[in-house]
Design a binder for this molecule. Sequence first.
Ligand code: SF4
Ligand code: SF4
Length: 186
Amino acid sequence: MAAETDLETTLLGPVLADRACGDCTACCTVLTVDTPDFRKPAGTPCTWLTVQGCSIHAARPHICRTWFCAWRRMADLPDDARPDRSGLLVSLNFVREPRNVFEAVSLNVRLLPGSEAIGNGMAKTVLDRLCNQLIPVWFSDGSRKMLMHPDKEVAALVVSGDPAPAHLADEVAAWRERYEVFSGGG
Ligand code: SF4
Ligand code: SF4
């Protein structure tokens, strides 16, 4: 877990001093936690979560002290994209047995229940600001999980190893270089 936390700092940056969770407790309900000292399933409020927030704040598990969503780390995300205000929870995801190269380490943008982020444009704003680097971005709305970055054509070329057309050659080469560790593994 320490290694994953370090990777979050490397890929997303350190936790920002001017961003606070405030009244947000989205991660305490939405996320799966699977650590040696604390486990909970996705989409279920933590047993210690109350309307006032975490009831064991001073003694909360290690993961709760050290994990922060992308909004706490990425200044590029707008201030009003805090998960409880925007209805979007952005986090870095790690999949130990990925089905493809874009699943192993990626950003996941989750649309929270009741969110108006698609209609009010916040989802587009957040995706625009995330889809500009060599980190895959997925969007999940509760029923489907879709790869948003890279786009379908680039993703297919990276996975297949087929020659890329000239206008995509640099982008495909950059993704392949990043995922060289997976190439040949399918
Ligand atoms: S989702 Fe982000 S802002 Fe909300 S409580 Fe968790 S870390 Fe804090
Ligand atoms: S222990 Fe507290 S901070 Fe951790 S998930 Fe539960 S309510 Fe949230």
